[in-house]
Design a protein around this ligand. Structure first.
Ligand code: SF4
Ligand code: SF4
Length: 378
């Protein structure tokens, strides 16, 4: 493995958030509430330099993401740069807008993999969730062309109250569309998802049922479809190692060139983020104050500090700790060992029991909602 210093392995993945523009308006979007505008986005030459720096640093995978990455005119040139540099490229796309028109050129440029989002199996529900009419046929046509080109296809479905009953149909759809992999990803409550938490929170029995459905389908579809399951934090026993551990595996470059340890890190006040315009990726990885802030275990408080799992989940998610506990250095309240865990579970039960889910606050550029749900700190 490449190493920046003997003690600091190189990152393996780069999430290139090429733009925040997107034709869809998903209420669970993990993008920040203040979305970057097109006029502030990095230009092609800067992205090509960043990708070259990533390859030199030892990065193996580049996730071309957004927003909708195909909204950029230069997506083919950026993909070609990945191929030239030997970087495995994964296009994370909604499959709508101009995505299909660019797909053949992306394949010719050396694109390695496509991850297509779907909002639900049933078209009217999918289009209600994504906030865009006629999206589903575009997605199906896109998926068909992906497989016709011989590109590996992963389907990603974010699961919440509005589509959790459709998990069996989503699995069937993945098979029908020729996907090799399906991500059944229960909503992570960051960005717009945190604002919409009460509208999205599913009930625990439904979550348990969805997990059983996935486990049964994994057996039934062995050899045809791999199903990844992301379980919901608020009902979990232990948190996930967010981004594989802060500053351990991933770098995230925002549309304007800000480099983040995870896509939600900007929600933590006081962190100093460095920009690709001012520093190389190698400098940022090794020395940026934001990457150093929660790297390793030295920053941890109890109960994480003396916990056997501290180098397994790295204390969970710092952004979730801030949002729920009011302290980014606290144990993630999704952990059953956190003193706040019972309150988190009670909050999830109360929100999921609302007879009528609140209306979605759809993601929009320039439309950040004023009201942010409260956490569970006493
Ligand atoms: S989650 Fe929805 S709105 Fe957000 S980038 Fe993906 S497709 Fe677009
Ligand atoms: S106490 Fe901290 S390290 Fe231990 S399981 Fe919980 S979050 Fe992970």
């Amino acid at each position: 493995m490449n190493a920046v210093t003997p003690a600091l392995p190189a990152p393996i993945g780069l999430l290139a958030e090429l733009t925040h523009r997107c034709p869809l308006r998903c209420p669970y979007c993990s993008n920040p509430l203040e979305l970057d505008r097109r006029s502030a986005e990095l230009d092609t030459a800067t992205w090509e330099r960043v990708l070259a720096e990533a390859a030199a640093l030892g990065v193996l995978h580049v996730h071309l993401s957004g927003g909708e990455p195909t909204a950029r005119q230069d997506i083919v040139a950026i993909t070609a740069a990945c191929a030239r540099l030997g970087l495995y490229s994964n296009l994370i796309t909604s499959g709508v807008g101009g995505a299909l028109a660019k797909l053949d050129a992306l394949s010719d440029a050396g694109l390695d993999h496509v991850q297509l989002s779907i909002q639900a199996a049933e078209a009217s529900n999918a289009e209600r969730i994504g906030g865009l009419r006629n999206a589903q046929p575009q997605k199906f046509a896109f998926a068909e062309r992906v497989t016709a080109l011989g590109l590996p296809l992963t389907l990603n479905a974010v699961i919440h109250r509005g589509n959790i009953g459709e998990v069996p149909a989503i699995i069937d759809l993945a098979v029908q569309l020729g996907a090799k992999r399906l991500e059944v990803a229960h909503t992570q409550y960051y960005g717009w998802a945190y604002v919409n938490r009460a509208a999205l929170m599913p009930a625990k029995p439904e979550v348990d049922r969805s997990i059983r459905v996935v486990e049964e389908a994994r057996e039934r579809l062995k050899g045809r479809l791999v199903i990844d399951l992301v379980v919901p934090d608020y009902y979990a026993k232990y948190p996930k190692a967010c981004a594989g551990g802060w500053g351990r595996r991933l770098m995230n470059v925002s549309p304007t060139g800000k480099v983040l340890p995870c896509h939600a890190a900007e929600t933590i006040p006081g962190l100093e983020f460095w920009h690709v315009q001012d520093h190389s990726l190698a400098e940022i990885w090794a020395r940026s104050p934001a990457f150093s802030a929660y790297r390793g275990t030295g920053w941890m408080k109890e109960p994480c500090r003396s916990c056997d799992r501290r180098e397994t989940d790295w204390g969970g998610c710092r952004c979730q700790a801030l949002a729920l506990a009011g302290d980014a250095a606290a144990t993630d309240p999704a952990c059953s060992l956190s003193p706040l865990h019972a309150r988190v579970q009670a909050l999830a039960v109360a929100e999921s029991a609302l007879e009528t889910a609140p209306d979605y606050r759809y993601r929009t550029i320039g439309g950040a909602p004023a009201a942010i749900p409260e956490g569970v700190a006493p």
